[in-house]
Design a protein around this ligand. Sequence first.
Ligand code: TYD
Length: 206
Amino acid sequence: MLITFEGIDFCGKSTQVELLKTYLLEQNKNVHLIREPGGTELSEKVREILLDKKNNSMVMETEIFLFSASRAQLVREVIRPYLEKGFYVISDRFHDSSTAYQGYGRGLPVDVIMSINSLAIGETIPDITFFIDIPIEVSARRKSKKTHDDLDRIEISDNSFFERVRNGYLQIAKSEKRYRVLDGTQSIDIVSNQIRNEIKKFESDK
Ligand code: TYD
C-alpha cells in the first residue's frame, strides 16, 4: 500500500508520518518511509539544489522538472521494489505537492503539471493521501518561530503563495477519492487516531 502525506509547510505532517510508521510496525507490518524530494542518491543531490536558498534565480519551469526528476528516480529505484515486496510505503509528500506548489502556487498550468506527474510516477498512484489542512495564519505563526537560516528556498515564500498552495490542495481533494482531509489544528493524538481509523477502514473495505 502506498500512503502519501500532503500539506502546506509547518502543517505537522512529518510528526504524523512518524506516528503512522510506529503504529504499522506495532502491527508487525513491513514499513518503508520516504520523504520528497529525496530518497535515492541521485534524488538527494537534486533535493540540495532545490532547497538551497543560493539558487534564487531558479525559474519555475526548472523547479517542476527537478522535483519530477527526483520523483521519477524514487518511484523506480525505491517505491516500486518495496511495494512489490508487500511493504507499506509512506511518503512525506508526493506528486500532489508539485500540482499544489508548482501548479496552483507558482502558476504553471495545472494540466501540464499533471502530465509531467504522470510521466514521473506512471501507474504508481497512492492508495490513500492524507492532506493535513491548517489555515495560513497557523503556518505563518509556526514559521515565525524559525530563523531565516532555518528556512529553505520554498519556505521563505510569502503568505499569498501558501494560500494558493492550500487552495490548490483543497481543489485536488475535491476530485480525488484517495484524499482524506484532516483538520491539522486538532491535537496530534486526535489527528493520529483519525489516520489509523482511515487505514483500518481502507483495509477492511479491500
Ligand atoms: P521539506 O524540508 O521536505 O519540507 P516539508 O517538511 O514541508 O515537506 O522541503 C520540501 C519543500 O519543497 C516544501 O516547501 C514543499 C516543496 N515541494 C514543492 O514545491 N514541490 C514538490 O513537488 C515537492 C515534493 C516539495
